[in-house]
Ligand binder design. Structure first.
Ligand code: TXA
Ligand code: MG
Length: 321
């Protein structure tokens, strides 16, 4: 697999109907030409993703939106103009040229303009948009560096466009519309508060799947391989834990306990944006240490803390809500 910053090479592989990995400001994506059915099918295969889970279409500018989406609500236009390029995905009625295999036969399409210099350059060179789900096997932690992608897909894709560490480090926020009213389907890298400054109050219908936990079966979203707990009072939880080899992930405060073999603070200065950008890379590092369990505390439930808590809950086996 070639790992490089060369945009021409990335375009070459995509034009030859290959799947490659591309950087975005949120997370890396597994990318292919939206009009090439076989390449899109390979994305599903490589990711191990069920075919009923549709992909996001990445376009180069707001102007392109009208080719792929129709009946666009006023509030969707406001959001696109306010936040694109950026970590916001809009779910809108699709036009005829959007293939059904991109949308899993839905009448709507998820679409965004990513904010990464290399990927914008790449889109500029191509005469088709790119479909890209996050570059991780289904249910695993999203990749936020080219090295993460390499570790996951070494032998399965020919090329990763190396754009360094993703600035936001969390997936885009997904907003759709029901009777023209905005609904947040996935909290993400664009804070709800910022969206509400542009279009007013939004409804959140973000699903955290709570699952019945049986031994050896872990919650299947964004998960590390090590059993992962997110708790309100980590100090107490660790004190009472029978495990002797624990990794702790916190915001900005350390915990003293001999059972903690290593601890990571996501932002020593208590900056929530910095914490967000460090989350996934820290989950990878924590997993590599192979502790018995990983324990994390909940973050303040505001701004990007809402997204961090969502991802922590999805990664955890105790799924406290
Ligand atoms: O930040 C991101 O959004 C990254 C980067 C690569 O752009 N992409 C990403 O893609 O997170 P993915 O496939 O991992 O997550 C996209 C989500 C899925 O949960 C999918 O179900 C939802 O978007 N989605 C796609 N099309 C949809 C549609 N028409 N209606 C509702 N949800 C949709
Ligand atoms: Mg994903």
């Amino acid at each position: 697999m070639e790992k490089s910053t060369n945009v021409n090479n990335a375009a070459y592989w995509l034009e030859k109907n290959n799947v490659i990995a591309i950087p975005t400001e949120t997370v890396y994506g597994l990318a292919a030409n939206i009009f090439n059915k076989e390449a899109i099918q390979s994305i599903y295969k490589i990711k191990g993703r069920p075919s009923n889970n549709p992909l996001i279409v990445h376009i180069k500018s707001v102007k392109e939106l009208y080719k792929y989406a129709s009946d666009i609500p006023v509030k969707a236009n406001l959001l696109a103009n306010a936040f694109w390029p950026g970590p916001l995905t809009l779910v809108l009625n699709k036009t005829e040229i959007v293939p059904n295999y991109i949308t899993s036969n839905k009448e709507t399409v998820a679409i965004r303009v990513p904010n990464h210099l290399l990927t914008l350059k790449l889109l500029e060179q191509l005469d088709f948009p790119i479909a890209a789900p996050s570059a991780n096997p289904s249910n695993r932690i999203s990749a936020t560096t080219a090295e993460h992608v390499e570790n996951y897909f070494q032998n399965q894709i020919p090329f990763v466009l190396d754009g360094g560490a993703c600035k936001n480090g969390l997936e885009s926020t997904i907003v759709g519309f029901e009777m023209d009213e905005p609904i947040v389907y996935r909290v993400g890298a664009l804070a709800i508060e910022r969206i509400e400054t542009v279009i007013g109050k939004v409804t959140i219908k973000n699903k955290v799947t709570s699952q019945v936990i049986v031994p050896g079966m872990f919650s299947k979203h964004y998960s590390p391989l090590t059993p992962f707990y997110v708790v309100n009072n980590p100090e107490e939880f660790i004190k009472e834990s029978l495990q002797q080899n624990i990794v702790f992930i916190g915001f900005n405060e350390r915990i003293e306990n001999a059972k903690i073999k290593h601890q990571f603070l996501l932002s020593e200065k208590g900056n929530i944006t910095e914490a967000a950008s460090n989350l996934y890379k820290t989950l990878f590092l924590a997993d590599e240490l192979q502790p018995e369990i990983i324990v994390s505390s909940f973050f303040p439930e505001e701004d990007l803390g809402i997204t961090i808590n969502d991802r922590l809950k999805r990664a955890s086996i105790n799924n406290q809500n």
